[in-house]
Design a protein around this ligand. Sequence first.
Ligand code: TPP
Length: 308
Amino acid sequence: MERDDDVVVMGEDVGKNGGVFRATEGLHDEFGDNRVVDTPLAESGIIGTAIGMAAYGMRPVPEIQFLGFIYPGFDQVVSHAARLRTRSRGQYTCPMVIRAPYGGGIRAPEHHSESSEAMFAHQPGLKVVIPSTPYDTKGLLTSAIRSPDPVIFLEPKLIYRAFREEVPTESYEVPIGEAAVRREGTDISVYTWGAMTRPTLEAAETLADEGIDAEVVDLRTVSPLDEETIVESFEKTGRAAVVHEAPKTGGLGAEIAATLQEEALLYQEAPVERITGFDTPFPLYALEDYYLPEPARIEDGIRDAVEF
Ligand SMILES: Cc1ncc(C[n+]2csc(CCOP(=O)(O)OP(=O)(O)O)c2C)c(N)n1
């Protein structure tokens, strides 16, 4: 925001209040009413306004308070933001970043915990980014804001303030569309992202004691997928599991499994395991821990694939 006056933050309570998760804290004091805008509770209006601002050269960063509340603005995202470039044959672009806390694990009520990243990944014209570390969050958000096209930037609520990491004060970019191999291994490739990265790494460490050496790939961007890194890892291990919070049916696990079939069938030694949430609406507190993949369930899934 210091470097580019066109970057404007907007959303429900992002200004004086600093946002429900304090992600925009201090920005209003520093940049004032015109750069940090408290909006009405109206997601369609927030995103629609941001699209207009973006089309005319600004770089709006609207916050949707929880991803589960984006649906009133979904029409704006799909019908307009995603296709402004193609509709206008490149005359207009939509350099907008929609930030939204998402995912489960913090005992929030209905609408606050779901993981609908696959819905956005299925829309051509959008990029969908999900960081899993503080360092990546800053670098990916910077890349997203500088991107000429719309980015859906999903922030896993479970890992806000969950751990600390050194983050440079200077500006840097982490490129969109590049996965990170978080743990190298030779027996199975485990693909995950966001808040599931840490329990997956924990499961991999436990399995290492049993002699199962899992490679853990944090996708970081779920659209476009980094097919090169995904396939390269699989060619080494021949086995795969995908861990995501979202329901299994129609989730990105299916997309990754299909990609492996198309690109590396002859390397495949076992069916691709999908370790996911369940095909139900996200449950209330009592069942939340059961719904979300946790290390023991992730370990079981990986064992199944390795022992097939
Ligand atoms: C469509 C939608 N967007 C966001 C929210 C999250 N949310 C819950 S309460 C609230 C603030 C409501 O403030 P106000 O309308 O002034 O009512 P108050 O609770 O202060 O009486 C928000 C943004 C929501 N519940 N639904």
